[in-house]
Design a protein around this ligand. Sequence first.
Ligand code: NAD
Ligand code: DAU
Length: 380
Amino acid sequence: MSQSPKNIMITGGAGFIGSHVVRLFVKKYPQSKIVNVDKLTYAGNLNNLKDIEDAPNYKFVKADIADLDKMREIIKDNEITGIIHLAAESHVDRSIKDPFTFARTNVMGTLALLQAAKEYWDSLPEKYEGKLFYHISTDEVYGALEITNPEGVKAPFTTKASADDHMAFGVDFFVETTKYDPHSPYSASKASSDHFVRAYHDTYGMPTIVTNCSNNYGPYQFPEKLIPLFINNILQGKNLPVYGKGENVRDWLFVEDHARAIDLIFHKGKPGDTYNIGGFNEWKNIDLIKVVIKTVDRLTGKPEGTSEHLITYVTDRLGHDMRYAIDSRKLQKELGWEPSLQFEEGIEKTVKWYLDNKDWVDNVTSGDYEKYYDQMYKNR
Ligand code: NAD
Ligand code: DAU
């Protein structure tokens, strides 16, 4: 797509990744109207966007993406030309307890959004010209990889080595053509939504892009996910519940690097295509947890490692995928994206942010942000 002014709808913009994408777009594209559509579930928080909420090119609409009529109305009223779709139920543990909510939002919600966009764009004289439906998905749709490195997953699995160095090491990664093999209700719902997006491209010719990203971390992540939960628990002297033996491996990317990739792909990506996003930064959970502990200890003036006694091994997550690892060479080679931060720098920034924003954590865990929403937006 060209960088001309356009009306961009970002769904899930009050969530973790969505708020970083909204902030980037509002600041970088003052000529574009950015419409943030979010239901404000427990994971959505308008405090995440306080710094840009009064920007003239920003608008918030509280709505459920599964409400087809409402999606039709928002897309038509705002003459939307591009959609970046992040709204989702996103936590694997919740999906194990309540799969229906995940099917409703992730599958039916995505379908409603696709249909509403199709109807509006079909009604215009230029139809799909200059339009894009960009769907944000996850590496979890590809299933799980084995840990094939007998040394355990350490160097060279960091952003310090080049993409080709990683390949030369001869272990498996998810590529864009890897067969889908989701295991959790969350990843099954995301896989299903990805299939619907591609079906709208293949059947109706809608310009769509799907990207599959690895684990994100950084400011504004809800403290139920591993890194913010553990930072918060260390600060409160609470146990750190490590699932199973702590040997599962995840591939971590700083959230602002994901937001930059989304911006690049939205503007330069090829409609109909898929891109994997990841920073070649694999960590065994227990090794990552020790880095988090050391960082929190150091930044709170304690000898590094003091809080390791909080580590508590607990019953494993049902169907716990062993390893995720993204090969992002296509994105790096075709569009020139690369991660900007080393993991240790990203963790340092993240821990500092949580230390400086204890009120934010208190609010999201106490429900105060709902009161904030009522005061700010109920009568608009
Ligand atoms: P999040 O849970 O922090 O935020 C989700 C947002 O969607 C919230 O603001 C919530 O209010 C909103 N939402 C939920 N249901 C809705 C509905 N029915 N209608 C409208 N809004 C609704 O999630 P996140 O971690 O920021 O993830 C965003 C997207 O990126 C998701 O699609 C997720 O699958 C994908 N993703 C996440 C990661 C990760 O590590 N967090 C990695 C890869 C891909
Ligand atoms: O890979 C991308 C995915 O990453 C995204 O699609 C999901 O939305 C996002 O939630 C994340 O999924 P994970 O399940 O990998 O993230 P989570 O933070 O829940 O867990 C990371 C790892 O840590 C995983 O192996 C489970 C483990 N874990 C997690 C929690 C919350 C623990 O050992 N203890 C915990 O308390």
